[in-house]
Design a protein around this ligand. Structure first.
Ligand SMILES: C[S@@+](CC[C@H](N)C(=O)[O-])C[C@H]1O[C@@H](n2cnc3c(N)ncnc32)[C@H](O)[C@@H]1O
Length: 408
């Protein structure tokens, strides 16, 4: 009987911490950086400032810095360590004028804008959030490893997925991936008590990518109702887009690639998910493929294996492949993000396949939101941009592209 009061105390404490975390998490620090020297700007984030300076906007921008360098606020202030994240080298005070404000993007995507708060609150929030994650998963038998913040993303996506007023509402799918008991902290009943902070920001990416995939699917279906659609999610982490789109019948098959330990954990999470959602037992779930993207030879082999039958006589149907990149390029070695774009277009073209790309991530060689730089980067790697929607933050490039059939 003693366990009940203990659990209650634990849950109350956790709820409080999560609330403080969420309440303060929206507050992103703003950085004005010249060359390698980072300087934090305190105070509320104004829309004007957001468009003109390097505002830290999402988990790829802020938490990853803390994730790799989490011991003290002074370390947190500096973005200059080369080992922290690849995108750091692109910071420059003059290169962000082409980025619209988060409010503009939110309006465009029909998403409620995130709340404004100070950078100090943001710092406090991230610390509490990080501390809370081990507690939230303390009783989790699936024990998913925290890899480049994918656990934080999982919780943020569950919060938005439980929001009936949001275009990313998923009827509790992302929520069903979370550990028992603790997940009640983000249930649909309490969800509304969390101010729109980090989860609101990640919601922008989710909404953009869902819409991007939906538009492509419609385009393919208009041209042919026999073509099958394959979704390939690169660095999918614990995201549930694959299952969501299979359930909706938008796509015919889903393949997700991530690091081996993440893939192993996701298999365990899928087993639990099927127990919670029995309808999924009769459905083909995403195929999970382990791959370290910093090993380009491995990525190429895995992608070629995926498409191996597409151009053979044995292929009964024509396939259209949609690649999705969401918040993964930020964590990869220099040169790898461009190489990934290149290898994905190359394997498709080699198989005479048709395909498209949906991306909410950080491109190389594109410092700000200038469409010209984006077009050049994509075209030199085999893709033609159809929609370009940059947003502030490190994961600032949101785009939809189609396979260029002839390079150059
Ligand atoms: C911020 S999480 C994003 C996960 C997911 N796309 C989402 O939005 O929820 C980054 C993901 O990139 C993956 N990742 C990081 N480095 C990787 C690498 N070298 N190879 C493959 N995946 C990697 C991580 O394991 C993690 O799942």
């Amino acid at each position: 009987m003693k366990t009940i009061p203990t659990i209650t105390v634990f849950c109350t404490a956790a709820l409080w911490i999560l609330y403080v975390d969420a309440f303060t998490h929206h507050c992103r620090p703003m950085y004005s950086i010249n060359g390698n020297n980072a300087r934090r700007i305190s105070g509320p984030i104004s829309q004007a400032a957001a468009t003109s300076s390097n505002q830290i906007q999402d988990e790829g921008d802020s938490a990853s810095l803390l994730g790799k360098n989490q011991s003290s606020p002074s370390e947190f202030r500096s973005l200059s360590q080369p080992t922290m994240i690849r995108g750091e080298r692109y910071y420059n005070a003059t290169n962000n004028s082409s980025l619209p404000s988060p409010i503009e993007i939110a309006n465009r995507l029909n998403i409620q804008p995130t709340k404004e708060a100070s950078s100090q609150e943001w710092q406090r929030a991230w610390k509490t959030h990080k501390r809370l994650i081990p507690l939230l998963h303390s009783t989790d038998r699936c024990k998913p490893p925290d890899s480049s913040l994918n656990i934080a993303c999982m919780w943020w996506k569950a919060l938005s997925g439980n929001d009936k007023s949001s275009p990313v509402y998923d009827d509790g799918l992302a929520y069903d991936l979370l550990p028992s008991v603790w997940r009640k902290l983000v249930s649909s009943k309490v969800r509304r008590f969390y101010p729109r902070l980090h989860h609101g920001n990640v919601e922008l990416r989710t909404a953009y990518l869902d819409k991007c995939v939906r538009d492509i699917v419609q385009e393919v279906r208009v041209n042919s109702n026999t073509t099958k659609i394959r979704l390939v999610c690169m660095g999918a982490g614990y995201d549930t887009r694959g299952i969501k789109l299979l359930e909706r019948g938008w796509v015919d098959t889903v393949v997700e690639l991530d690091l081996p330990n993440v893939v192993d954990a996701k298999k365990r999470l899928f087993q639990r998910l099927q127990k919670r959602r029995p309808l999924l037992r009769g459905m083909e779930l995403p195929t999970l493929i382990p791959s370290d993207f910093n090993d380009m030879a491995d990525v190429k082999v895995k992608l070629e294996a995926l498409l191996k039958d597409d151009d053979t006589a044995a292929a009964q149907e024509e396939w259209f492949t949609i690649f999705v990149f969401e918040g993964v390029m930020i964590y990869l070695d220099e040169g790898i993000p461009s190489a990934l774009l290149n290898v994905s277009s190359t394997v498709l073209r080699d198989k005479k396949g048709k395909g498209a790309l949906c991306l909410a991530d950080r491109l190389e060689n594109v410092p700000g939101g200038d469409p010209e730089a984006g077009i050049l980067e994509l075209e030199s790697n085999g893709w033609k941009i159809i929609d370009w929607s940059p947003k502030p933050g490190l994961a600032r490039h949101m785009l939809s592209a189609r396979l260029l059939l002839h390079e150059g």
